[in-house]
Design a protein around this ligand. Structure first.
Ligand code: SF4
Ligand code: SF4
Length: 621
């Protein structure tokens, strides 16, 4: 099997089938990027997977997972103003975390260049919303390039670095889930090998770098002038593409909708012309004006919000162009991914005479399967015990991580969710003037470091009355098992652990309880106890992520195939294991007998204590 790391370093012209996220890492190498930072989040974590495939001693740039997206942005910014070409990448909602620093970037002279890779998530496949981060670009005067394919992701990243370095301005490369994960044969180029510069080039004379009142107007003016320059520069680069089919009908599109449109057009005879935009902010007016002027009707096909539509209609209005422009017809066009089926439906609504309606027989109805925690997950065991200890009127607050799945039946633990690390502060708010109902907030260990510490300090400082349960599984599980500060290693090396308990003690939490998440009776007692104590109580419910743990054991060859089984002579079909504990390994046969699926069961035994008749037993394999 070819080694990804070796492939990424090949210094020659060659082609390889890769996903978009991998193509970007090769582009980083070719562009001479020196510093890369991130906080993990879908759809971009495979960028880090590809980086990790390059042996650290051969890796031509520095990479770190920072503690959150804001920190990652600031590290990348600091490197850029010191002369290094830098890049930060994270998921869509990560930009909300980074925003406080991100919004200043265009005001400052980024002498080394800086590319911000945003992984937007139309369809909210793994995010709490499907926010369209092009809005941020407009607000902050930061230009955006958007590819449709892995090949374009690779090319546009390199282009973005060139523009950013030349103009000393930040450039966004906006990816969406399908571009990150799509596979394509990408053509790579030979590159110049450079060592990371050890020269510190920071000079305040390149600034000003302090955005205070007396400077802000000039800085803003400078950012706007750079945007104009950017428009001129990109209009010469053929990043926007025109496809002429000699039609009087035209479609302006971008990103993934363009690819879906190509699918749909395969069965269309009278193909409209297409203007595919790669520069999605600021728009190149010349090409748009000429496209509008040369067509009778225009459809704007864009995923999520109507940003192109608004801007193109403004261009038409300002230039007295009277071509019929059709944007989004209804709310459904603002929602979800633009798959070929969706695009076909939209185009059929637009021009029914040339686009057929969707063939219902072609629609595949895939049964919905709710996400669930892995067999043997410590979170399941903890939720089972905590639910038993709480009263039905108590309020539970969810946070982000695998444990968010606790909101699903049968546990129904976690009734409200805003964002990473919100649970402690939302819980604090819920506790005000609330004498009778216990407040229990959940939090993951990676999220603890990411965004929860100020909320915990606030709860201590303002003496809020709630219980915080930190589900410590020793990793950032949901995004692919990245290390966090309590683990004892970072992306590059072994480090000193920063234990949660010590941090909590340091910020003045007095009532801290530690328990193994599999010790259900102990956890039950602790929750009962905490409900009687005033103030902030923190329970650290520990158990390693079993998916990571078993994978590591398999890799080392130490994995032992263990299972439990149901003793049918004892089982009274109370169904606790299925209905209350709900490990997916428990199955029912036609006669209603419960059995354990051995392909799923990992034999950890956390379920044994849940059976009132002790019918679940370890199997000696
Ligand atoms: S990945 Fe780990 S933490 Fe997440 S559900 Fe699976 S076992 Fe639990
Ligand atoms: S021992 Fe098997 S059935 Fe029991 S909790 Fe673990 S994985 Fe599920």
């Amino acid at each position: 099997m070819k080694k990804m790391g070796d492939m990424l370093l090949r210094n020659e012209n060659f082609s390889e089938i890769v996903i978009g996220n991998t193509a970007i890492v090769r582009a980083m190498i070719e562009a001479g990027t020196e510093i890369v930072t991130s906080y993990p989040g879908s759809p971009t974590p495979e960028i880090a997977t590809a980086i990790s495939s390059i042996k650290s001693e051969k890796r031509p740039f520095y990479f770190e997972f920072s503690t959150n997206e804001k920190v990652a942005t600031e590290v990348s910014f600091g490197a850029s103003v010191n002369g290094h070409l830098s890049t930060v990448f994270f998921k869509s909602v990560g930009l909300n975390v980074a925003a406080d620093s991100f919004v200043q970037l265009a005001l400052l002279e980024l002498i080394g260049g800086m590319v911000i890779i945003l992984g937007d998530d139309p369809g909210a496949n793994s995010s709490q919303n499907e926010q369209d981060n092009r809005h941020y670009a407009e607000m902050t005067y930061i230009p955006v390039l958007e590819p449709s394919t892995p090949q374009e992701a690779y090319e546009m990243y390199i282009e973005a670095t060139k523009i950013s370095k030349k103009m000393k301005m930040p450039v966004i490369l906006r990816l969406t889930t399908h571009v990150c994960h799509a596979k394509q044969k990408v053509h790579f180029k030979k590159y110049e090998i450079k060592n990371i510069s050890k020269q510190s080039k920071f000079d305040k004379k390149n600034g000003p770098y302090i955005p205070i009142t007396s400077e802000v107007f000039n800085m803003k003016k400078n950012a706007l002038l750079k945007l104009n320059e950017f428009k001129k520069l990109t209009s010469e680069k053929n990043i926007n593409k025109l496809f002429n089919n000699n039609s009087k009908k035209g479609i302006i599109t971008m990103g993934v909708p363009y690819l879906s449109l190509l699918d749909v057009l395969e069965e269309v005879e009278d193909k409209p012309d297409i203007l595919k935009l790669g520069v999605v902010y600021p728009l190149e007016e010349g090409i748009i004006k000429s496209f509008l002027n040369s067509h009778d009707e225009i459809k704007i096909l864009e995923e999520l919000d109507d940003i192109l539509e608004t801007n193109i209609k403004r261009i038409a209005y300002d230039n007295k162009i009277y071509t019929k422009i059709m944007g989004k017809f209804d709310i459904n066009e603002f929602i979800g991914e633009y798959t070929p089926d969706k695009v076909q439906e939209i185009m059929n609504n637009t021009w029914p005479e040339i686009f057929q309606s969707i063939n219902i027989n072609k629609k595949i109805n895939v049964p919905k399967r709710p996400a669930q925690m892995c067999p043997g997950c410590g979170h399941r065991s903890a939720f089972y015990a905590i639910k038993k200890a709480l009263n039905s009127e108590d309020i539970t607050v969810a946070d982000i991580g695998c444990h968010t799945l606790g909101y699903l039946p049968p546990y129904e633990m976690g009734e409200v969710l805003l964002s990473m690390g919100h649970s402690i502060s939302t819980g604090s708010g819920l506790s005000l003037f609330n004498e009778k109902r216990n407040i229990v907030s959940f939090l993951g260990d990676s999220t603890f470091f990411h965004a929860a510490i100020p909320g915990i300090i606030n709860a201590v400082f303002n003496q809020h009355n709630l219980t915080l349960i930190i589900m410590e599984n020793g990793t950032t599980a949901m995004t692919g098992h990245q290390d966090h500060p309590a683990v004892g290693s970072n992306f590059n090396e072994k480090t000193k652990e920063i234990p949660l308990k010590k941090v909590l003690e340091g910020i003045g939490v007095e009532n801290i309880f530690e328990v193994d998440a599999y010790s259900q009776n102990k956890l039950f007692e602790i929750i009962k106890k905490t409900s009687k104590i005033k103030g902030l109580k923190v329970v650290i419910a520990k158990h390693p992520c079993m998916l990571k743990f078993t994978r590591e054991q398999r890799k080392k060859g130490t994995y032992k195939n263990r299972h439990v089984f149901i003793d049918q002579n004892i089982c009274n079909n109370s169904n606790y294991c299925i209905e209350d504990f709900a490990c997916p390994s428990f199955q029912k046969d036609d006669k209603g007998n419960i059995w354990v699926h051995e392909d799923l069961c990992i034999g950890d035994g956390s379920c044994i204590q849940t059976c009132p008749t002790s019918a679940i037993k370890p199997k000696n394999n």
